[in-house]
Design a protein around this ligand. Structure first.
Ligand SMILES: C[S@@+](CC[C@H](N)C(=O)[O-])C[C@H]1O[C@@H](n2cnc3c(N)ncnc32)[C@H](O)[C@@H]1O
Length: 353
């Protein structure tokens, strides 16, 4: 009885999020058409059957999200883990920021970054306004709005998509007999810490480490994560292409929504670094956008995403063979699965001998 009430609450909340996300996108696009029509990108119309396929795969994702919580893979409370008050207070800032975004789009300026940033600390590909975000990833203002913007973009399903890494990770770790001992999990490109929160719920006694290039995003992660019970994850500023960790120092590595924002060679370097820091038998889980090979029916949606948001490496990413890259750097037992707009890969570092 209690379970079905919770399930209905979860489904209702997700419906509400979805409606808010759709309404936000429609109203902001209409406003842009009115105020700054030249800033609007030309998009491909999405056909009714594609919309239906999106709805069906979203429902399937949410059903699975509920099921895995019920099976105890993570606490049911995680399904409701959202800073609602904070988001409500920040929502007006998303609107107030829109003219800045339109202006940059009109000027075709994708390198409008804060003046106080020492650009020599970052790879060139990083110094851009991904998604036309004000300040790129390089300010507290950007970090404070990021989660809310992602929720609006994905109609409230971002966390459900991120959580799809937990089951394959748990299963692989137990199979490799790594789940019972001391467990150290590194989340690469941890951003504001959403995946670290989920890992904390699913692996309550693991030692968690988050790494990101952005100090501002790490500060935001620190603010969110310090509200959780348990040990605060270690948060480290660094480049995923040159991880500041010793060889074979992690039992697991996760990496969520990073690969599509990297040029191909950086993508491969990140996978090679994940391999290096894993112990033999260690597990890598990746979550990122779906690709053309696994979700050809969503090709127009992927194309529109690239046109509307500044995503300079996305076109290359959606045609990239991540499995080939994983096996080239040494991973085995590579498995992929698709959930709504997200592709999940799980791979293992071979045991010695
Ligand atoms: C799209 S966000 C994803 C963040 C987070 N994983 C999530 O699920 O919300 C990409 C993140 O990758 C970080 N990033 C990009 N390139 C990086 C690199 N080379 N090394 C470390 N972090 C990087 C950015 O600072 C940003 O926080």
């Amino acid at each position: 009885m209690a379970a079905s009430v919770t399930k209905i609450a979860y489904q209702t909340m997700q419906q509400g999020k979805s409606l808010l996300g759709i309404a936000h996108k429609q109203v902001s696009t209409q406003l842009m058409d009115l105020v700054a029509p030249k800033a609007n990108a030309e998009t491909i119309p999405i056909r009714a059957e594609t919309l239906q396929a999106l709805r069906t795969s979203m429902d399937y994702l949410l059903e699975r999200d509920w099921l895995e919580a019920e099976q105890g893979l993570y606490p049911t409370s995680q399904l409701f883990d959202a800073p609602w008050l904070d988001w409500m207070l920040r929502y007006p800032l998303v609107w107030l920021d829109l003219p800045n975004i339109w202006n940059r789009r009109l000027r075709r300026d994708v390198r409008d970054l804060p003046n106080n940033v020492d650009i020599s600390n970052f790879p060139d590909y990083y110094l851009q306004n991904f998604h036309h975000q004000t300040d790129g990833y390089l300010s507290d203002r950007s970090a404070e709005l990021y989660d809310l913007q992602v929720e609006l973009l994905f109609n409230g399903t971002a966390d459900a998509m991120r959580r799809r890494i937990l089951k394959p990770l748990k299963e692989r770790l137990s199979r490799a007999n790594l789940a019972s001992g001391a467990l150290r999990i590194l989340d690469v490109a941890s951003g504001t810490g959403r995946t670290l929160r989920q890992l904390r719920g699913a692996f309550s006694s693991a030692q968690l480490v988050g790494l990101d290039l952005s100090n501002a995003y790490l500060r935001q992660a620190n603010r969110w994560l310090s509200q959780l019970p348990g040990e605060l994850p270690q948060l480290v500023q660094g480049n995923a292409e040159a991880l500041p960790f010793q060889n074979e120092s992690m039992q697991a590595v996760s990496c969520v929504f990073l690969l599509h924002e990297l040029p191909a060679e950086a993508r491969e370097a990140v996978l090679a670094e994940a391999f290096r820091v894993l112990v033999p038998g260690g597990v890598l889980v990746l979550a990122d956008s779906v690709q053309l090979a696994d979700s050809p029916q969503f090709q127009p949606v992927m194309e529109n995403f690239r046109r509307v948001f500044h995503e300079p490496y996305y076109r290359d990413y959606i045609g990239d063979q991540i499995e080939t890259r994983l096996s080239r750097v040494g991973f085995t037992e590579i498995k992929g699965e698709t959930w709504f707009m997200t592709r999940i890969w799980c791979a293992s570092k071979p045991e010695i001998g």
